[in-house]
Write a protein of this length. Structure first.
Length: 276
């Protein structure tokens, strides 16, 4: 890695812009992975409703049914790592711009978070319960598509609270140009800090950089109960003057994954656009 040696250090570093993760708004961590690399979830069926037979003898409640109990196994697949060295002389001659803590924070913000986000959003889109044919979104049709998505979630009895609409900057611009959409931008400061930019028909609108979303992404309406996104391990450490190095050796490891639950996949509606 090339290091620019400074003659007059200004105390500033030209870092890449990096959006904070909004993953927690659209996923859950309802399942515990402590001590396990995989977990199984029971999916239990239900019995039909019957007319009560007042004169039905021993079968007044109907004929008993056997309930099926199948399992859905979730195995963590993403075990990722990174490492880099901060030479002691380079740290000194860059005015500590390469200090371990600062470099690690930059690595997490610019590499780790974008990777986890991109993976999660792709899993959600791929596992969505509703995936209509690709459609080019315009200012004239986007509101109809959004209320269609809302109808599908309504018919699937997905909770109305905490629903979100994920959009790209381009889709957001189309929404702003639509005469049918009145976006409520008066959201609470706490929600705005989390990444919510507005509210439409009870759904929080979240704008995500296109680079973190699937290609030809239009929009996705979802509820966090549909997707669980565990982070089983986040381990970051620095070694001063490790054998063979003069400086700081930084290592990081993160074990994560994302799963759309089979019985709750109807809580995700993904509208793609045609391939360009």
């Amino acid at each position: 890695m090339a290091i620019d040696l400074v003659t007059q250090y200004q105390g500033l570093v030209d870092e890449k812009f990096s959006a904070e993760s909004k993953r927690s708004l659209v996923t859950n961590k309802d399942y515990k992975w402590t001590g396990a690399h995989s977990i199984k979830i029971y999916k239990v069926s239900t019995a039909k409703m019957n007319d009560y037979g007042r004169n039905g003898g021993s079968n007044r409640y109907g004929t008993p049914e056997d309930l099926d109990a199948t399992t859905e196994e979730m195995v963590l697949k993403k075990d990722r790592s990174f490492t880099f060295v901060l030479d002691k002389l380079d740290q000194d001659e860059t005015g500590l711009a390469l200090a371990a803590g600062t470099a690690l924070e930059r690595q997490i913000r610019e590499k780790v978070i974008p990777e986890v986000d991109t993976y999660t959003y792709n899993v959600m889109a791929g596992g969505a319960g509703f995936k209509p044919d690709a459609l080019k979104l315009t200012a004239d049709n986007i509101y109809k598509q959004i209320i269609t998505a809302s109808k599908y979630l309504d018919d699937s009895e997905v909770p109305e609270t905490e629903r979100c609409i994920i959009v790209t900057p381009d889709t957001y611009l189309i929404m702003k140009e639509s005469k049918d959409i009145v976006l409520n931008t008066e959201v609470g400061a706490d929600m705005r800090l989390k990444g919510v930019i507005g509210n439409l028909d009870g759904c929080n609108v979240i704008k995500i950089p296109s680079i973190r979303l699937p290609k030809n992404f239009g929009f996705m309406m979802c509820h966090k109960i549909a997707t669980t996104a565990p982070l089983k391990l986040e381990n970051y450490k620095a070694h001063e003057d490790a054998p063979g190095y003069s400086g700081t050796l930084v290592e990081g490891r993160i074990c994560y994954d994302a799963f759309v639950l089979e019985n709750k996949k109807t809580g995700i509606y993904y509208q793609a656009q045609p391939k360009v």
